[in-house]
Write a protein that binds this ligand. Structure first.
Ligand SMILES: Nc1nc2c(c(=O)[nH]1)N=C([C@H](O)[C@H](O)COP(=O)(O)OP(=O)(O)OP(=O)(O)O)CN2
Ligand SMILES: [Zn+2]
Length: 123
C-alpha cells in the first residue's frame, strides 16, 4: 500500500454559531489543508497518481472556499464551518473528483493555525 499527501491553503472568514466566546464573531484564518490518498497499484512508470492531478483537484475545491465568508457558502448555511466540517466537506468533494482513479481518499486535515488542526477519515 502507498500513501501520497499533498498540501495547499486558502484564506477565509467564518464565525462559529453558538460558540461561547470570541469565535462566534466574524474572523479569518489562513487555513492549511493536507490530503492523504492511498492505493496499491502503481502504473507502468511507477506512480500511484500524479501529484499534479491531486494538487489540481484540491486547488479546485479550495478555490470555492478561498476569500469567502464560509457561513454563506451553501454547504455551511446550516452547518458550522468548523475545521472538522471543513475537513469532511473537502474529503467528500475530493472523493467525487477522484472517482474512478486508482486511489482512495484516506484523510483530510485542516489547520486553522500551526497548533490547531482537525482531520476527517472514515473510521
Ligand atoms: N474543535 C474545534 N475547536 C475550535 C474550532 C474548530 O473549528 N474546531 N474553531 C475555533 C475558532 O475558529 C477559533 O478561531 C480558533 O480558536 P483557537 O484555536 O483558540 O485560535 P487562537 O488564534 O486563539 O489560537 P491560539 O493557538 O490559542 O493562539 C475555536 N475552537
Ligand atoms: Zn476560527
Amino acid at each position: 500500500m502507498f500513501e501520497l499527501t499533498v498540501r495547499d491553503e486558502f484564506s477565509a472568514a467564518h464565525q462559529l454559531r453558538g460558540y461561547e466566546g470570541a469565535c462566534e464573531n466574524l474572523h479569518g484564518h489562513n487555513w492549511k489543508v493536507e490530503v492523504a490518498v492511498r492505493g496499491s497499484q502503481l502504473n507502468e512508470i511507477g506512480i500511484l497518481i500524479d501529484f499534479k492531478e491531486l494538487k489540481k483537484a484540491l486547488k479546485e475545491i479550495l478555490s470555492e472556499l478561498d476569500h469567502c465568508h464560509l457561513n454563506e457558502h451553501p454547504a455551511f448555511r446550516d452547518l458550522n464551518p468548523s475545521s472538522e466540517n471543513l475537513a469532511r466537506f473537502i474529503f467528500e468533494r475530493l472523493e467525487e473528483k477522484l472517482a474512478g482513479k486508482p486511489v482512495e481518499v484516506f484523510r483530510v486535515t485542516v489547520c486553522e493555525t500551526e497548533r490547531s488542526c482537525a482531520s476527517y477519515f472514515r473510521g
